[in-house]
Design a protein around this ligand. Structure first.
Ligand SMILES: Nc1ncnc2c1ncn2[C@@H]1O[C@H](COP(=O)(O)OP(=O)(O)OP(=O)(O)O)[C@@H](O)[C@H]1O
Ligand SMILES: [Mg+2]
Length: 322
């Protein structure tokens, strides 16, 4: 793949990542004179191709700032290629691990709100991501914009679970799964549980999921049975300002409901979470040291009626596909 043009058009610059299902490259689109990201996927079934096509069509059709945009999809030599907009940024995982405490609570809330909004858009359009985790959320530090990547619809859940015992990295992935996912099921609040795990980790600046252990079965048991320590205890809010203490208490309440083991008791719509984080953020703006516009909160605004209508019709179309 080194010097040749992919699809007579894309020049590979470098490899960005290597996952279970394939590899991702930074490339140059010689037609449109721009950088792109290309995901090369080893397909093994017709079903998988259909899911990838669906993911790509969704990302091509839905123009929302909190979701990565897809440009095109094609198959050559039994490999599927997904051409995506190139996101100039870092994953949230990198921010948490390498840039600990690099932003204020105001910034964190803006990010949390945008991730929730992105999930709302996907779910409303009939897509359950199934793999919400810090590695699959990217932040452009210049604009403060969040984009969710790796829709994960191409992954077969049973496959992911069967590889759990062998692949170390899968333990990391598993630590963001919902209790029902550990039993092979998903539902409309599955992504909300994973969002809760991601945000609990983010607000506590922990390097790993709160359910992480070095043993897959112990992790699954924790996900199914263990109630997490209150966020305000882990963060130790005693040093925080009174406004921040109130904010942490409210965040904790939102997360407790997102992390409920029973999917029916959880928040049913990530949009509600996005709105709540926006509301919690408002009283803190006065004391923020940084530019309040740094984290483009406008992107987390409610979905406009036009997009809502489009998403609802997509959801009807997709409801028959697993
Ligand atoms: N459009 C993009 N622009 C820039 N970087 C990206 C883009 N999409 C993904 N990345 C980076 O590449 C990494 C891997 O991408 P992605 O999550 O899509 O694939 P993967 O995790 O390898 O896939 P899978 O889980 O299906 O094996 C991401 O964590 C992110 O850091
Ligand atoms: Mg990924």
């Amino acid at each position: 793949m080194d010097n040749e043009l992919i699809n007579n058009r894309y020049e590979v610059i470098s490899q960005i990542g290597l996952g279970g299902a394939g590899a991702i490259f930074q490339a140059y689109d010689t037609f449109l004179d721009r950088k792109v990201a290309i995901k090369k996927i080893f397909v093994d079934s017709h079903d998988q191709v259909e899911r990838l096509k669906r993911e790509c069509l969704f990302l091509q059709t839905i123009d929302h700032p909190n979701l990565v945009k897809a440009h095109e999809f094609f198959i050559t030599n039994d490999r599927a290629y997904m051409v995506l907009e190139f996101i100039d940024g870092k994953s949230i995982d990198e921010i948490i691990v390498k840039n600990k405490y690099s932003m204020t609570l105001v910034g964190q809330l803006a990010i949390a709100s945008q991730i929730a909004r992105g999930i709302e858009v996907m779910n409303m359009g009939g897509i359950i991501h199934r793999d919400i985790k810090p590695q699959n959320v990217m932040l452009n530090p210049q604009t403060g914009e969040i984009k969710i990547v790796d829709l994960g619809t191409a992954k077969s859940l049973s496959k992911a679970l069967s590889s759990i015992t062998t692949a170390g990295s899968v333990i990391g992935t598993c630590a963001y799964m919902s209790p029902e996912q550990t039993k092979g099921a998903v539902c409309w609040s599955t992504d909300i549980f994973s969002l809760g795990v991601l945000l609990y980790q983010f607000f506590t600046w922990s390097e790993r999921s709160p359910f992480y252990t070095n043993n897959i079965y112990a992790t699954i048991k924790k996900i199914r049975d263990e109630k997490l320590i209150d966020l305000c205890t882990v963060v130790d809010i005693s040093e925080a300002s009174p406004e921040q203490q109130i904010a942490y208490e409210k965040i904790s309440e939102v997360l407790v409901k997102a992390l409920h083991k029973d999917p029916d008791v959880r928040w049913q719509n990530a949009g509600v979470i996005a709105d709540l984080f926006n509301d919690i953020r408002m009283p803190l703006l006065g004391e923020a040291q940084e530019n309040p516009h740094k984290y483009r909160i406008e992107t987390a605004r409610q979905i406009c009626p036009g997009l809502r209508k489009e998403l609802e019709s997509m959801r009807k179309t997709y409801s028959t596909i697993g």
